[in-house]
Design a protein around this ligand. Sequence first.
Ligand code: TRP
Ligand code: SF4
Length: 333
Amino acid sequence: MKKTILTGIRPTGNLHLGHYFGACKTWLTLQDNYDFFLEIADVQALTDNFHQPDKINKSVYELTSDLLSIGIDPEKVHIFIQSQIPEIAELTVFYSNLVTMSRLYRNPTVKNEIAQKKAIFGSSGESVTYGFVGYPVSQTADITAFDGELVPVGEDQLPLIEQCREIVRKFNSIYGSTLKEPEPLLSKNPRIKGLDGNEKMGKSLGNAIYLIDTEEQVKEKIMSAVTDPNKIRKDDTANPDVCMVYYYHKIIDNPNLETVCQECKMGQRGCVACKKELIERMNEFLDPIRKKKEYYRNHPEEVKQILDNGTKIAKEKAQETIKKVKTSMKINY
Ligand code: TRP
Ligand code: SF4
């Protein structure tokens, strides 16, 4: 029997290199050997985008076709839409009794995200909603609805998995052994930095390369990427370790990396030429993805069918779980 993997992604926009190298690339290696559920977490996305339903709706299809374009195989991975599985919402309600408010507020992931909101929105960031503070509970429902055993996540999500495990233990101790306690599968790749040198690549930070960016967009973005500020002239020596162009040569596995590094250090490489090489290699990497994306753009019915199929399989599994849970909780009338 294959082990079950469950992971989720919020549909708030297109995939960028940060998603790809930080998470999705690992998923591609896992899809052969596990029973893999991949949740398009639209309900979770709405926790902080509830006033933008159109954006989330459109992103569900965009994100799914991005995932297919990078090689997620719908024959192997059940891609499904969270909102279409009401059992997840039911579990969320049941679990909400098993967690205290203070424990939620203490969750480092939630705490950080609230702090970020305050930093961005000022005092209006104070008005965090019940749904937002409670999202570790609904994420616990996401995982346990499918008996997720392994949960591939980045480091920032570890406190959520820990909280999920606590809820599962509490549930089992009160209602009898029912739920599986999941393990995190920590992504090997650290967070991918932005073109501007920011520790994080993100849409809101405006420093991302999207997998479906055009050649022209990629060129523009890389040409304005941050390099070693001490290098003024073409033949100045420089430090590639502080240069985002070098960082991306590394990320995309440039076979010529050692030469880039040496030439940069010895002042034998100009930044413009160096950027041009990166642009070419980046476009080579993105081209097959763009072509597939184009295909799915022209075949939206296929994307819809894939989501319908995945959601159907996910629903069957969630229904089994909810039956067990209701029996344990003595609410199976
Ligand atoms: N919270 C995750 C993120 O923002 C996405 C997510 C939703 C998820 N449901 C999940 C991750 C279940 C793992 C398991 O990246
Ligand atoms: Fe960066 Fe290349 Fe310029 Fe060196 S030569 S600073 S690696 S862009």
